[in-house]
Design a binder for this molecule. Structure first.
Ligand SMILES: [Zn+2]
Length: 165
């Protein structure tokens, strides 16, 4: 790497940190010849990782597919595509950080559900019913009961907080 100002290759790294998504490293460098500072972005060679489906098939991880699934689950709910994109980014970054090459699809599904549960209960139930392949209404019912009891727990906590405050 050479200094873009004088072409010298004696450079010093002043500061480096991961970018938001965790796929690029941002480095601030200083040229030891002319003293100019500039920023470089190095993309980490992204190691491909695979999703292992329930039937044992191996597929490339496809963020777009994940996004499509989220979009379907949140249809007609007031959730912006940016929000969904950021969920996809978070999950992808987390999976990459784990350093594993093969990830069971079930695990990714759980990660999505965890985030949807906080975001939108209806979307969560929709996603969960597809993902967990609910066989009957009892399972749907059980899931809804859990969401509702978590909600009332949260409300109680909030009320307790207000009472204290
Ligand atoms: Zn220079």
């Amino acid at each position: 790497m050479r200094c873009p100002y004088c072409g010298h290759n004696d450079l010093r790294v002043v500061d480096s940190r991961d970018s938001e998504v965790g796929e690029a490293i941002r480095r601030r460098r200083e040229c030891l010849n002319c003293g100019q500072r500039f920023t470089t972005y190095e993309r980490i060679e992204s190691v491909p990782f695979f999703v292992i489906k329930k039937d044992g098939r191996r597929e490339d991880f496809d963020p777009h597919k994940l996004f499509t699934g989220l979009k379907k689950a949140t249809e007609k709910r007031d959730i912006s595509p940016e929000r969904l994109n950021s969920i996809v980014d978070q999950i992808e970054a987390e999976l990459r950080r784990s350093g594993r090459v093969e990830i069971p699809s079930r695990e990714i599904g759980e990660m999505v559900m965890e985030r949807l549960r906080d975001l939108d209960e209806v979307a969560y139930i929709r996603f969960a019913s597809v993902y967990r392949e609910f066989m009957d209404l009892r399972q749907v019912r059980r899931e809804i009961d859990q969401v509702l009891s978590a909600r009332s727990r949260r409300q109680q906590e909030k009320q307790a907080e207000t009472a204290r405050g």
